[in-house]
Design a protein around this ligand. Sequence first.
Ligand code: 76R
Length: 277
Amino acid sequence: MNRPTHAQESLPEPTTQLTEGWHCLHLYYRVRPNPKGVSLLAGREELISILDPNGPAAPERIQVSVVSGHRADFGIMMMDSDPLKLDAIVQAIRTCSLGEYLEPTYSFVSISEVSEYVPTVEQYAARLQHEGTSPDDPSYSAKVKAYEQRLPMMNKQRLYPEFPNWPVICFYPMNKIRHPMANWYQEPFSNRSAMMAEHATSGIKYAGRVSQLITASTGFDDWEWGVTLWGRSPEYIKDIVYTMRFDKASARYAEFGSFYIGYVMSTSDLCDHLRLT
Ligand code: 76R
């Protein structure tokens, strides 16, 4: 999370938009009993249209998933520059004819960001040297150049991400702890940065198998970050979360909330699965 330095000269226009990045909202619902067997077909069509990624009120990104376990029956994840566009979806769901059959069970409010631990080109070059690559080595300038070319695209994916079309989605909130004996926020930046570099190295090994989106939530929700992971298959989610438990940044400093594991599908398949008939 970048600690901002605010220029004194001019105040920006009041706005609900972010300077960079999008608002993010994770929603979880449980389907309520329908003991009288009221037909839900009309409500189902309303829900499909509310969540239509190509609909007139659609946010920039929206994805639904069936959630395993009793914590929720399904989840919705969405992102947009306008927080009220995201909230409008919440209100549309609540007031549609299916609304009374959908019990909200959890939500998580956050925003996208470029972490302060993403190395700048200069920091990346310094790290290469620190790891023993001499600036005279031809691989040094090739690596620095490649990073320089990759960085803008990587930052775009962090701020305005495409959601991977993979079948498995996992969400959980997390904090870095402030225990007197292990306080992340009292570690100097250099230590935190080194721990996050170790963390990133263990994450990169899952490239192509797991895609991650870290959204920031200090001031927006009860936890400091939301972790959204998409998996090419379910075991990669288990593997990466387990592997990271050994990274110092997680082993010593992380605490986690509830985990939501889900399976991505279209809203119409989701309605079939949830027996909204
Ligand atoms: O964004 C980047 O790829 C640069 C390196 C990187 C940063 C800065 C990175 C890489 N992460 C960063 C920041 Mn991460 N990440 C988590 C979790 O379960 C756990 O133990 C932790 C939950 C996972 C699974 C994960 C995966 N990361 C962060 C931050 C913000 C810290 C801050 O700003 O103060 C958190 C909370 C966090 C947590 N991380 C990666 C991954 C993976 C898979 C990568 C490699 C990504 C890639 O290069 O494709």
